[in-house]
Design a protein. Structure first.
Length: 271
């Protein structure tokens, strides 16, 4: 007699659960964790490399400007040409440059420099040019998506150090990372769904022999114990071979017991 789920619960027993369903859920969860971990590592690696490349670009621009300031007067056409060149660029890299003389006056600045990049948006430079080598002071501006850096350099026509301020618009990088993150989320979702469906199909195929044994059991009655081939004759999975053999042995014992009972009943009838 088969019990319904409500009858099982009413009897105080645990409700029935599906092996295939549980296996598919566990596999889907493992896939989710694995893909999420892999995606996070890939995202972190891409973001780190892109930001490292941006820092190198800012450092390269500072090096070019430092060479120009050391070789030409800060009011020369060479420096003005470099600043104006960046203002007219329409490529993927957008630089903003400000050259401040020893008195604190901005001698040259990119005309398109937005209001959100005032002098206060840049980090303070060191007192000596040697202390500001490299891009150790590159940092993200709190006023927008820019990578900003400041460097003190010596000028050929200034008594004091000249301050170079360079900003690189990194909004494109953030856009790339944003799209990449959404791609990872979509791939993660599709991967988990496909993993759950494939795992469910594989799990059902794996437990199908159990259903076959159950079907064979349902055909057995007291008068048909020996009907049909033995279970052990079928190529069962290794885990079920012992069960099939034990079941066949049980049928042999039952058949023998029913035979003895029948013989005993016949003997009583003739006594």
């Amino acid at each position: 007699m088969w019990l319904t789920r409500s009858e099982v619960k009413a009897g105080g027993q645990r409700p029935a659960w599906s092996i295939a369903g549980r296996m598919s859920r566990v596999h889907a969860l493992k896939t989710l964790l694995l893909v999420a971990l892999s995606g996070s590592v890939l995202y972190w690696g891409l973001a780190r490399e892109l930001r490292r490349q941006d820092a190198k670009l800012v450092e390269s621009k500072l090096a070019v400007l430092e060479h120009l300031v050391a070789s030409y007067p800060i009011g020369s056409e060479a420096i003005e040409s470099e600043v104006e060149h960046e203002a007219g660029e329409e490529g993927p890299l957008r630089y903003f440059i400000r050259v401040v003389d020893a008195t604190g006056r901005a001698v040259r600045a990119t005309p398109a420099m937005p209001v959100q990049l005032p002098a206060g948006a840049f980090p303070a430079a060191g007192q000596r040019a040697a202390e500001t080598s490299g891009c150790a002071e590159c940092e993200a501006s709190a006023d927008g998506q820019y990578l900003v850096a400041t460097r003190l350099v010596r000028s050929m026509d200034q008594s004091g150090p000249v301050t170079l301020q360079v900003a690189l618009d990194v909004a494109r990088i953030e856009g790339v990372l944003h799209r990449y993150a959404w791609t990872l989320v979509v791939v993660l979702g599709i991967g988990v769904i496909l993993s759950a469906l494939s795992s469910l199909a594989v799990s059902r195929a794996a437990v199908q022999p159990v259903h076959d044994i159950a079907g064979r059991v349902r055909t057995i009655t007291a008068s048909h114990l020996d009907d049909g081939p033995s279970l052990a004759s079928r190529p069962w999975p290794l885990e079920l071979q012992g069960l099939a053999s034990d079941f066949d042995e049980m049928l042999v014992r039952l058949s023998d017991s029913f035979g003895r009972l029948s013989q005993f009943a016949a003997d009583l009838a003739h006594a």
